[in-house]
Ligand binder design. Structure first.
Ligand SMILES: [Mg+2]
Length: 388
């Protein structure tokens, strides 16, 4: 077997170390608590779940991040552009589907950064739209005067000019009721901001109503050039195509509407995830000797982003820079044989070594097939570093 010069160099380094073995089915021992200077961010759709079904051995992979007593050892979170339900509810759902205890703080959805706007809009009238329960999401963040776009539209006759031709409704049967007296005086009070929380269900209506709200200064039918702020949870075009129409609308409008988007691949999302992982680290790690005993300020050497979408997960991690390291799986959007050409995952750039008790086996990995393989790779890599 021929080795590249740098390969030989790295192999010889490991030859001077005591050999070790790593059993993929084992959990981390409590010794690893002493140095969890790495963390993991998992994309959900196409990596952990497909629909509501676990994929890629995700339950087994996640269980390896806990100790024997079920305590969290490796700080990790879910970083998804999806959403539409509160993080508390999503964490409960994920816990049931995956068989581990997931905290709400470990679920970062596309709309999670909206809570940072609470100070600005806490007592202002706002509208929220998208699948699921967007108004509930915003209410749980603390916004006091939230209307779903659906409810808001119900107070304006013919605001959706084709509503009479629709033989379906976006509202569950149990929630359907005749328009009542508006909870807020929407006929005279301006909407101060609009939030696209998740995928639209009724695109036509949402675009129409948003146009009316935004171009009228927050009061449909009125005339006002002061456009209320418009916030998108994500502009994940390739995967979901979900905000394409909205964004196109912004582009073709003679007077461009202003908007702000969150979600991957925005580097802000990764910085925010880093802060949350630090908080998780301070509660899961025991050793703070490196930072004078101060919990939570221990710098990460590596943060792994495991995703299935090169232009969102990999690009985002690359833009965020150190300490992010991207790993691409083949269980979702990406199905290629080799690494992605435009946004190659970091995993392809590093030789992957692992040592068995009686031999050294170099292996170069392009991408991994599943999240289970990705976690296996991470734990082996971190174990090598622990021994180095
Ligand atoms: Mg995905």
């Amino acid at each position: 077997m021929k080795f590249h010069a740098s390969t030989i160099s790295r192999v010889s380094q490991f030859r001077n170390k005591a050999p070790f073995s790593f059993h993929s089915s084992s959990k981390l021992s409590s010794n690893h608590k002493k140095r969890c200077n790495f963390g993991i961010a998992f994309d959900i759709d196409g990596v952990i779940l497909r629909g509501r079904v676990p994929v890629g051995g995700s339950p087994q992979a996640l269980r390896r991040l806990y100790g024997d007593s079920g305590e969290l050892i490796v700080p990790y979170l879910f970083l998804t552009n999806g959403g539409g339900i509160p993080e508390t509810k999503r964490a409960k759902e994920l816990s049931e589907l995956l068989g581990v205890n997931i905290m709400a703080s470990q679920v970062v959805q596309g709309h999670s950064p909206f809570r940072n706007l609470l100070k600005k809009f806490e007592n202002e009238l706002i509208i929220a739209t998208g699948k699921g329960d967007p108004a509930l999401v915003m209410s749980e963040y603390g916004f006091k005067k939230v209307l779903s776009l659906e409810e808001f539209a119900s107070y304006f006759e013919s605001i959706d000019p084709v509503s009479q031709y629709k033989r379906w409704t976006t509202m569950p049967q149990s929630d359907r009721k005749e328009p009542a007296v508006p909870r807020y005086n929407v006929l005279s009070k301006r909407i101060k901001a609009a939030f696209v929380v998740s995928d639209p269900v009724d695109w036509g209506r949402d675009i129409q109503v948003l146009c009316d709200v935004l171009r009228s200064g927050g009061l449909p039918g009125g005339a006002n050039n002061n456009q209320p702020p418009l916030y998108f949870a994500a502009d994940d075009l390739e995967y979901q195509v979900r905000y394409c129409a909205y964004l196109c609308l912004m582009e073709i409008n003679p007077k461009r509407l202003e908007y702000v988007t969150y979600g991957k691949p925005n580097p802000f999302v990764f910085k925010n995830a880093e802060v949350i992982l630090s908080q998780l680290q301070s509660s899961s790690c025991q050793d703070h000797s490196k930072n004078n005993g101060v919990p939570g300020s221990h710098p990460f050497e590596t943060l792994y982003m495991i995703g299935d979408n090169p232009s969102v997960d990999v690009k985002g991690a690359q833009q965020a820079g150190h300490p992010w390291f991207s790993i691409l799986t083949r269980t979702g959007v990406f199905q290629g044989k080799d690494n992605h050409a435009e946004f190659p995952a970091d995993l392809a750039n590093l030789p992957y070594f692992f040592a068995l008790p009686d031999q050294i086996s170099p292996l170069v990995v392009q991408v991994v097939d599943s999240v289970e393989e990705a976690v296996d790779y991470i734990l082996k890599r971190e174990c090598i570093e622990l021994r180095a």
